[in-house]
Design a protein around this ligand. Structure first.
Ligand code: BDP
Length: 336
């Protein structure tokens, strides 16, 4: 008798538990959710605009159940802080450079190696293809990342700017204090190029240049222009030493609370945002170049021979880190 009671209770308890779980999940799935998104760039910047549009689509496709609230312009801090907030679920979307993501998931660092891509179209083919998918999965499945890799975004090529003098050849970089993103690969890259690499958050950079803590930095034309860096660092040289894609991450804590249908929807709108951002990027890059030239910025370019000197100079960086990524690098090089 006793035993039967226990068994019955046990079964009822289990059934109730399952029911309760079922209710809980579908109730949650029906709940309105405002997903917070952050970016270091201002409204209107391609990456910000792409996520704002993604939010509008989500809202339309879920009849207002899911929406996105954007916090642009470093309102929530630099990228390191954004990653941390996404990891604890204080933030859902964070659009960040692969630069600061490398120290979290080492495999991603292959994209942070100097001159790893031949040019921007090569990088685009890699992130759009199998390697891009694999790297997103690596980020998602890595236990320490605590984020889901949703999509890639374009950020062109990064080039050096400074307040001291025009960089006409690699020799001119000697001794200049150049801010780099927080990742040892970048500091080593700048040091190999002859400069003095200093790791610092994007949020501290403008004032660091203004006060002379650093002589300059390196970035793509849209960041150089929209961050108003050209106002304090007038010499821009198209070294294009790094072509680093950007990544849209989503908080794992929040992800695990979503229904499978919502997760699939997020992946779909994420992929669409990847392609949409690319068009916005191309327009913004032209616009930024025009704006800085109009502002009197001297934009210096290099011949292939001069460029080769930059490429040769980063050999120590490849010697130090490249071995780990050798197989992946071969596959990247094979992408045509
Ligand atoms: C910009 C990236 C941004 C980085 C910034 C940087 O879009 O994600 O935070 O560079 O240099 O190009 O930190």
């Amino acid at each position: 008798m006793k035993r039967r009671e226990v068994i019955r209770l046990g079964t009822t308890g289990l059934a109730l538990g399952a029911l309760g779980f079922g209710f809980g999940r579908s109730a949650l799935a029906q709940q309105k959710m405002v997903l917070k998104a952050a970016d270091v760039h201002p409204l209107g910047y391609p990456t910000v605009e792409a996520v704002v549009r993604l939010g509008k689509k989500l809202e339309a496709q879920t009849e207002g159940r899911l929406s996105v609230q954007m916090f642009p312009s470093m309102q929530l801090g630099g990228e390191k802080e954004m990653i941390e907030q996404a990891q604890v679920g204080a933030l859902q979307f964070a659009r960040i450079s692969v630069g600061p993501m490398g120290p979290v998931v080492d495999e991603l660092n292959v994209f942070n190696m100097p001159f790893v891509f031949r040019d921007v179209p090569h990088m685009q083919k890699v992130i759009d293809g199998a390697i891009g998918d694999e790297m997103l999965a690596k980020l998602t499945n890595s236990p320490q990342s605590k984020v889901v890799g949703l999509a890639w975004m374009d950020a062109g090529a990064r080039s050096v700017y400074n307040s001291k003098k025009p960089i006409k050849s690699i020799d001119d970089l000697k001794g200049l204090k150049i801010r780099m993103m927080g990742n040892p690969i970048f500091v080593d890259t700048m040091n190999a190029l002859g400069g003095n690499g200093i790791a610092m958050g994007f949020d501290q950079l403008y004032s660091a240049m203004q006060t002379g803590v650093v002589d300059g930095a390196e970035n793509n034309p849209p960041s150089y222009e929209s961050g108003k860096h050209f106002q304090v660092a007038k010499y821009y040289s198209l070294t294009e030493h790094l072509i680093i894609p950007e990544i849209l991450i989503f908080s794992r804590v929040t992800w695990d609370k979503l229904s499978a249908a919502d997760q699939a929807l997020l992946k779909k709108v994420g992929k669409e945002a990847q392609l949409e951002e690319r068009k916005l990027w191309a327009d913004k890059e032209k616009e930024s170049m025009d704006l800085i030239k109009k502002a009197g910025i001297e934009v210096l370019t290099f011949t292939p021979d001069q460029k080769k000197r930059f490429q040769d100079a980063v050999k120590p960086v490849w010697d130090k880190y490249g071995g780990k990524y050798a197989d992946l690098v071969k596959r990247i090089q094979a992408v045509n």
